[in-house]
Each structure stands twice: as structure tokens, then as C-alpha cells.
Write a protein that binds this ligand. Structure first.
Ligand SMILES: NC(=O)c1ccc[n+]([C@@H]2O[C@H](COP(=O)([O-])OP(=O)(O)OC[C@H]3O[C@@H](n4cnc5c(N)ncnc54)[C@H](O)[C@@H]3O)[C@@H](O)[C@H]2O)c1
Ligand SMILES: [Zn+2]
Length: 368
């Protein structure tokens, strides 16, 4: 078992990682339930894990009520938020009660936001069941729903009181979803940890094949990296937390172009975005071309997209920078970009000219 503390003063909490943890979750949840029923929110695809969790709670005489939502990004909506808060209120959830978010980033983000506003804030526990949620979205307290104007535009910072990660839940996750989550794992190496990137190069294939040891190591290492960054900059004010957005500006533009559909999963867009960020950094002479090539090679070898080819756009420069103008990170008309001086040397550049990004994107299309 690995326990990683997230040090945030009176909002501190632990992330507990252990294979088979779901079946032992009552040990952690019974004290939080304090004799009252626990509400568990999940989605249809996570039902097998809901059954494991509820059986564990039953065995410990902890009553639970499941709320099962439809799967998919569309669930992060005003409509589902309203329906969920109504259900939680009808169940009599109080501010000191704990709601359990069992699922991927969609469930974690929606439930976290519902708990941020329910009775001006109730407690919640993240039990992430996708690799992306285990290494990224369940830790750090960002919660959100989508609006007509874009993704994650309505939300709050609201930290969970506990995160329980059972890597065995990934056994039922489709391989494509595992690969997409793996892009965020590689991200931690690229940000500031070249040794971890080297670990990924050696062990990534094993992890993707379901090797339990590689999986547990990567999850713990990623959570520790995220916990360290979040503890330094909880609300993304100093620029440190912004490093977690490596590949995300290019990625969001690609996702927007794909209509935030299953054509391109978030992690896939991030993989292409990281390869593009390194490609652009190399093209500008900031990073060595060999580093950009190594990044692209490892992501491609992991079955992830590394360019804009999959987006099938005839004028990528114009099309993608038009999406970037709507990025929520725009500051006074400029868009801060994460660039790299090398592997493990990511930095925030506030001077990037979108016209040079457009020219670079057009050049990658010609080369492709
Ligand atoms: N809050 C944050 O810091 C943060 C960070 C990154 C991403 N996000 C958000 O996370 C969301 C993406 O998360 P995601 O990739 O986990 O997507 P997701 O929650 O949609 O899960 C992906 C798919 O896997 C299914 N699933 C979940 N667990 C499963 C399991 N164990 N076995 C089988 N199927 C399972 C889901 O039903 C869904 O179909 C996006 O909305 C994104 O904006 C938030
Ligand atoms: Zn991401």
C-alpha cells in the first residue's frame, strides 16, 4: 500500500493506492459514514466496481445509496448537475456527510462540483476508476461541468477529503482509454522529471499490457508529482500548476475541432499536443530536435497520436489558432504557452505569437 499526502493546510488529504483496495474500502469509509448512509455516484460502465464497493460496505454494515448516471462527457452538464443535486438533497445529504465519486474524470468533476455547491459545500471522496482519473483528475480539487461556450468553464476548486485508488479497476477499462490516460503519465516526465520519462520509455509497454507492478509504480509516481505541484500552487496563481497543462493548448484546440467527441479522447489530444509543443520548441531552436523526436517516438510507440493528421484539417494553422483564441487561459489577449528546453524542462512562455504557432502547424501538415 502506498499513501501519498496532499499537503494543503486544513484541506490536506491522503491518496491511498493499493491493488484490491475497493474490496477493503469500508475500512476507510465506515469512519466517514459515522452510521449514516453513504451516497455513491457512478456511471453505467462502472457497475461491476460499484457492486464490489457496495458488497464491502454491506459487509461492514455501512448503508449506501447508488446514483448511476449515463456515461460520457455529456454528463458534465447543467441538467445532470441539477438532477444530481436534487437526488443528493432528497437523500438528505448534510454538509458533514461524504459523497463518494466512483468513476472516471467525468464523474469526479461533476460530483466534485455538486459537492462544492450542495449546502454551500459538503465533503466528498474520490474513487477514480480510469487511469486518467487515477493519475490526474482525482487529485488537486479542480471540479467542473461544461457549458455551451466550452469545456470546464463552470466550476470550483473543491478538494476531496480522501482519494482511494484501486489499480485493479483498470482491468475492465478499454485499452484505448488506458492509452489515453497514459499520455498524462508521460506528461509528468516531460514536465520536470527526465528520469521518469526514461522509466516510461522502458516500462510503458508493460504498463499498457496490464502489468500490475508497472501500473502501481506509474500511478504512485504520477500522484506524488501532482500532489507536489498542487501543494505549491493550489489555485494556479504562481504559474507552477500551469505546468500541468503541457500539451493542453494544442490538445484543446484539436479536441474542439473534433467536437469533444470520441473521435479524439482527451488523453489522445494531449499526446498530440505534447508532441506538437516539443516540435514547436525544437523548430524555434529552444529544444534539441533529438528530444522532440524522442517524445514523438515514445508516444507513437504507445499507440497515441502525435500530430494533427488525425484531425484531417486542410488549414490547421488558421483553424486551430481560431480555437486557441477561445481558450480559458487567455490573459489580456495573449495565450501563455507551455514550451520545453528539453525533456523534463517545461516552462511557461507568455510571449508566444499565435501567428508563429499557425505557421508551425501548417508546416507540420506539409511534412506529414
Ligand atoms: N479535474 C481535473 O483536474 C481534470 C484533469 C483532467 C481531466 N479532467 C476531466 O476528466 C474527464 C475525462 O476523464 P476520463 O478520461 O476518466 O473520462 P470518463 O470519466 O468519461 O471515462 C472514460 C470512459 O471509461 C468508462 N469507465 C470508467 N471507469 C471504467 C472502468 N474501470 N472500466 C470500464 N469502463 C470504465 C466511463 O464510463 C467512460 O465511458 C474530462 O471531462 C476532463 O475534462 C479533469
Ligand atoms: Zn489533461
Amino acid at each position: 500500500m502506498t499513501t501519498i499526502p496532499v499537503a494543503l493546510g486544513d484541506r490536506s488529504y491522503d491518496v491511498v493506492i493499493e491493488a484490491g483496495l475497493l474490496a477493503r474500502a469500508a475500512e476507510y469509509l465506515a469512519p466517514l459514514a459515522r452510521g449514516r448512509p453513504l451516497a455513491i455516484v457512478t456511471d453505467e460502465n462502472v457497475r461491476p466496481h460499484l457492486a464490489t464497493l457496495q458488497a464491502a460496505l454491506d459487509a461492514a454494515s455501512v448503508a449506501s445509496e447508488a446514483i448511476v448516471l449515463p456515461p460520457g462527457e455529456a454528463t458534465k452538464s447543467w441538467g445532470q448537475l441539477e438532477a444530481l443535486t436534487d437526488r443528493l438533497l432528497a437523500l438528505g445529504v448534510e454538509r458533514n456527510d461524504h459523497v463518494i465519486a466512483l468513476g472516471g474524470g467525468v464523474i469526479g468533476d461533476l460530483v466534485g462540483f455538486a459537492c462544492a455547491i450542495l449546502k454551500r459545500g459538503c465533503r466528498f471522496v474520490q474513487v477514480p476508476t480510469t487511469l486518467l482519473a487515477q493519475v490526474d483528475s482525482s487529485v488537486g480539487g479542480k471540479t467542473a461541468i461544461n457549458s455551451r461556450a466550452g469545456k470546464n468553464l463552470i466550476g470550483a476548486f473543491h478538494q476531496p477529503v480522501l482519494v482511494l485508488i484501486d489499480p485493479d479497476t483498470l482491468d475492465t477499462l478499454p485499452a484505448r482509454q488506458v492509452r489515453a490516460g497514459y499520455a498524462e503519465v508521460v506528461k509528468y516526465g516531460l514536465i520536470d522529471d527526465p528520469d521518469f520519462f526514461a522509466w516510461c520509455e522502458t516500462n510503458g509497454a508493460k504498463l499498457l499490457a496490464g502489468d500490475a507492478e508497472a501500473r502501481a509504480y506509474a500511478i504512485a509516481h504520477s500522484v506524488a508529482a501532482k500532489a507536489r505541484i498542487v501543494a505549491e500552487d493550489e489555485r494556479e496563481t504562481s504559474g507552477k500548476r500551469a505546468l500541468l497543462n503541457l500539451g493542453h493548448t494544442f490538445g484543446h484546440a484539436l479536441e474542439a475541432e473534433a467536437g469533444f467527441s470520441d473521435k479524439l479522447l482527451h488523453g489522445e489530444a494531449v499526446a498530440a499536443g505534447m508532441a506538437l509543443a516539443f516540435g514547436y520548441s525544437a523548430a524555434q531552436g529552444f529544444a534539441a530536435p533529438e528530444d522532440a523526436a524522442k517524445v514523438a517516438h515514445h508516444l507513437a510507440a504507445s499507440g497515441l497520436p502525435i500530430d494533427i493528421a488525425s484531425a484531417g484539417i486542410s488549414t490547421p494553422g488558421q483553424t486551430l489558432t481560431a480555437h486557441m483564441l477561445h481558450d480559458k487561459k487567455m490573459e489580456g489577449g495573449a495565450l501563455p504557452f507551455l514550451l520545453a528546453r528539453g525533456i523534463g524542462q517545461t516552462y511557461l512562455d507568455r510571449q508566444v505569437d499565435l501567428a508563429s504557432i499557425a505557421a508551425f502547424l501548417d508546416s507540420t501538415r506539409v511534412a506529414a
